[in-house]
Write a protein that binds this ligand. Structure first.
Ligand SMILES: [Zn+2]
Length: 197
């Protein structure tokens, strides 16, 4: 290790190691700010929720709501399991958080979600007066934080939401991609099995 300076950043078991070869005389990787470290920490908690959906065979989307540095609401997609279009990750997390806050307004909270919210969830986020949303992957087909439309930031509404995109994007997108690859393979196998009957 002579001539090498090491910098470790621990985030809930996620270790980012940055190597600085002294001979180069400069840091060749980006150092995370405390805010970026916090965002990764809570997005990892949202990812853990998405994994629960994945284990149920549901589209893996997870969400957490943070108040004063604490997670007060968690949720994951259970649409098929609960047989309702209302069982989206964000809606469940909002319900749980409002129970803790004892108010429908979540004005001091941050919402972390692994995929860009749909029109229903973006609407609920605006209704709950959540000031900030941090998301991982964008959803070009159904996202309502700028992809299909921008419900979170419409000047016509009485509340606008600050949005940050791309936190843990690779991990959250990979989970979704794995899910759809497996789903297609399952559907294909089922079709083939039916064809042989
Ligand atoms: Zn939704």
């Amino acid at each position: 290790m002579v001539g090498i300076a090491k910098l470790f950043i621990e985030i809930d078991g996620l270790t980012t190691m940055k190597m600085k070869p002294k001979s180069l005389g400069r840091i060749n990787t980006k150092v995370l700010t405390p805010e970026e470290i916090e965002d990764i920490k809570y997005m990892r908690a949202a990812y853990a929720q998405a994994k629960k959906a994945y284990m149920l065979g549901e589209v893996p989307i997870g969400c957490v709501i943070v108040y004063e540095g604490k997670i007060i609401g968690r949720g994951y997609n259970r649409r098929n399991t609960d047989k309702t279009a209302l069982a989206h990750a964000e809606i469940t997390a909002i319900k749980r958080a409002t129970r803790v806050i004892k108010d429908w307004r979540l004005e001091e909270c941050k919402l972390y979600v692994t995929l860009e919210p749909c029109q229903m969830c973006a609407g609920a986020i605006v209704q709950a007066r959540i000031p900030e949303v941090i998301m991982a992957a964008e959803n070009p087909k159904a996202g309502c934080a700028g992809s299909v439309m921008d419900i979170l930031n419409n000047p016509e509404f009485n509340h606008q939401v600050q949005v940050k995109k791309g936190v843990l994007k690779e991990e959250c997108s990979a989970l979704l991609k794995d899910f759809f690859v497996e789903l297609r393979a399952r559907n294909k196998a089922e079709k083939e099995q039916k064809g042989t009957l």
